[in-house]
Write a new protein. Structure first.
Length: 188
């Protein structure tokens, strides 16, 4: 996204930068429009369970699913603190669920932010790792480090060292999300 410029975009679509500026004020507004279009197409409003805690999980999982399919969007959203108006329904479900579970509206916003950070971080880490591994069969630095652990100094890590890569490669997003939500609701 850093390489996106109005001049470059205009060239790609056979227009001029001034013609683009006739429709959008700047790159940020263009990004918001693109994000909103993607959200309107990709974010499917799921059927929500009655229990507020599960509603939170379902809404956050729907955001995760849509963004994991297009991880560059997460980088844009986190870099510029942008938000699509099409995604606000999901944010509403999360904040409302947290309030129904006993959090004040202010704490619910903080809770949403923690869920968003967890979701965005999980997507960015997975996407970055996948890009790094693309076409590279060599052992990763992590695998090298875990291959030489001293069981006397790091007994628990040595115990799982040979399984570290597959264990950390498992998709445990929903487990982590449920644990996070449970923790948020304990800290009222």
């Amino acid at each position: 996204m850093d390489r996106l410029t109005m001049r470059r975009l205009a060239m790609e679509i056979g227009s001029t930068p001034m013609a683009l500026y006739h429709h959008v004020r700047n790159k940020e507004e263009l990004l918001v429009l693109l994000l909103d279009d993607y959200a309107a197409r990709a974010l499917r409003r799921p059927e929500l369970p009655a229990h507020p805690r599960e509603r939170i999980v379902v809404a956050a999982a729907a955001i995760h699913e849509a963004l994991a399919a297009c991880p560059w969007i997460v980088e844009v959203l986190t870099a510029d603190d942008l938000m699509s108006t099409s995604a606000l329904w999901f944010v509403e479900q999360i904040v409302d669920g947290l309030v129904e579970c006993g959090l004040s509206p202010e704490r619910a916003v903080h809770g949403y932010r923690a869920i968003w950070y967890y979701t965005a971080g999980e997507i960015v880490v997975r996407a970055t790792a996948a890009r790094r591994r693309e076409g590279d069969d060599r052992a990763t630095y992590r695998e090298q480090v875990f291959g030489d652990l001293d069981p006397g100094e790091l007994p628990r890590l040595a115990q799982v060292a040979d399984r570290w890569a597959p264990l950390t490669g498992e998709d445990t997003y929903l487990d982590g999300l449920r644990a996070l939500v449970a923790g948020l609701l304990v800290i009222r």
